[in-house]
Ligand binder design. Structure first.
Ligand code: BYC
Length: 330
C-alpha cells in the first residue's frame, strides 16, 4: 500500500470509529472494517434463516388449526415470518452478501439458524406457546437491535418488532382461551410450556463467559446487551405472565431475589444447546431437508422470474434507445 493509500485507510477507519463512538449509524456505502462486515453478515443471515426455518414448526398446524379464525391468524403469522426473512436477506445484500449463496450455506449446514426451531410442535398448544415464549424471547432480544449500529438492520428490526409484538399477543390470547377451556386443554398448555421453557432461554445464546462474539459486537454497537442480560430480562418479564395464565414454569429454582431485584433461575442445560447447534436436535435434519426441498421445488419460479426480469430489461433498453434516436433526429 502506498503512503497515500495508507493515510486514506487511516482516515476511513477513524471516521468509522467516530461514527460508532457517537452512536450514529453505519450505512451500506460507508467504509467498514472487514470483520464488522463479516459479523453483520453472519448475524443478519442467521437471523433471516431463523425466520424462514421458523415457518416450519407453526406451519405444521395450519391445516389442523381448530377453526377458520385460528387458521387465518396462523397463516398470517407464518406469512409475516417469511416477510421478516425477506427484509433480512435484503439487509444482508446491502453488505455485499449474495442471497443464493446464503441459502446454499444454510442448507449445507455452514450457517446456523436459531436452536429453538429444532424442537417439534406436538400439539396445537405449541402454537400458542411459541407465540408467547418464542416470540416473547425474540422481542426481548430484538427491541435493542432497533438501535443496532448497522442502519439497514436496525431499520428492518423496527417493523419486525412491531409484528413480533402482535405475534406474542396472539399466542398469549390463544393460551388464555385454552386455559378457560377443558382440563385436557389446560394440560396441553402446561405440557407445551414444559417443553418450550428451557429451549426459549437458550435462544439468547451461550452464557457471556462462553460467548466468543459478544465483546466485539457490544464494542461496535451491533449488540446493545449481553446474552445473559437479555435472558434475565426475559425471565423477569415472563414469570408474572405465567402466573396470570395459570401455568407453572418448569424450574423449581425460580424464585424472586429481592436483593438483586430479579428472579433467580436454575441452570440451563448447555450440553443440550451444544448438541442442537451441532445438528443433533430432535428436528435438525427434518428442518434442513424441508428447506432444501422447498428451495429445489422453487427453482422454476426463480428461473421464470429471472427470465421475465431479463425480458423487461431488454424492452426498457430498446425503449431508451428509441427515445435517444428520436431526440437525435428531432
Ligand atoms: N441458536 O458468541 P455468541 C425469531 C451461535 S428468529 C443457534 O453469543 P452472537 C422468530 C452464534 O451464532 C430468532 N445458534 O453469538 C422467528 C455463534 O455461532 P457462530 C433468531 C446460536 O451472535 C420465527 C455461537 O453460537 N434471532 O425470533 O454474539 C418465529 C456463539 O454465540 C444461538 C436472531 O437471530 C442460538 N440460540 O449472539 C418466531 C436475533 N445462540 O455464528 C420467532 C439476532 C448463539 O460464531 N441475533 N448461537 O458460528 C442475535 O441477537 C445474536 O446473534 C445471538 C447470538 C444473541 C443469537
Amino acid at each position: 500500500m502506498t503512503a497515500l493509500a495508507d493515510g486514506r485507510a487511516g482516515e476511513l477507519e477513524a471516521h468509522f470509529d467516530e461514527t460508532i463512538a457517537r452512536d450514529r449509524r453505519i450505512e451500506p456505502r460507508d467504509w467498514m472494517p472487514d470483520h464488522y462486515r463479516a459479523t453483520m453478515i453472519r448475524q443478519i443471515a442467521q437471523h433471516a434463516h431463523s425466520e424462514i426455518i421458523g415457518m416450519q414448526p407453526e406451519g405444521n398446524w395450519i391445516t389442523r388449526a381448530p377453526s377458520l379464525r385460528r387458521k387465518a391468524v396462523l397463516i398470517a403469522k407464518v406469512q409475516d415470518e417469511a416477510g421478516h426473512g425477506m427484509y433480512l436477506y435484503s439487509a444482508a445484500e446491502t453488505l455485499g452478501a449474495d442471497r443464493a449463496d446464503l441459502t446454499a450455506k444454510l442448507v449445507s449446514g455452514r450457517q446456523k439458524y436459531s436452536s429453538i426451531f429444532n424442537y417439534p410442535t406436538l400439539t396445537y398448544a405449541d402454537v400458542g406457546v411459541i407465540g408467547w415464549l418464542v416470540d416473547g424471547a425474540a422481542i426481548c432480544n430484538q427491541v435493542p437491535l432497533c438501535r443496532s449500529s448497522y442502519g439497514p438492520y436496525a431499520r428492518a428490526m423496527v417493523r419486525i418488532c412491531k409484528e413480533e409484538s402482535f405475534h406474542q399477543r396472539q399466542g398469549y390470547e390463544l393460551l388464555m382461551t385454552m386455559m378457560r377451556g377443558s382440563e385436557a386443554q389446560r394440560a396441553m398448555v402446561q405440557d407445551a410450556t414444559n417443553r418450550f421453557w428451557w429451549p426459549s432461554l437458550m435462544m439468547f445464546g451461550p452464557p457471556d463467559d462462553q460467548s466468543p462474539n459478544t465483546a466485539q459486537s457490544m464494542a461496535w454497537g451491533i449488540k446493545r446487551h449481553t446474552n445473559d442480560e437479555l435472558r434475565q430480562r426475559f425471565v423477569d418479564m415472563t414469570v408474572p405472565q405465567a402466573g396470570k395464565l395459570g401455568v407453572t414454569l418448569p424450574d423449581p429454582d425460580l424464585t424472586w431475589n429481592s436483593e438483586r431485584g430479579h428472579y433467580d433461575f436454575g441452570a440451563v442445560d448447555w450440553a443440550e444447546f451444544t448438541a442442537v447447534l451441532k445438528g443433533n436436535g430432535p428436528c435438525n435434519a427434518q428442518r434442513v431437508a424441508q428447506r432444501k426441498a422447498a428451495h429445489d421445488d422453487g427453482a422454476w419460479v426463480r428461473e421464470a422470474a429471472a427470465a421475465r426480469a431479463a425480458k423487461q430489461a431488454a424492452r426498457d433498453r430498446a425503449a431508451r434507445e428509441q427515445d435517444t434516436r428520436e431526440q437525435d433526429t428531432a
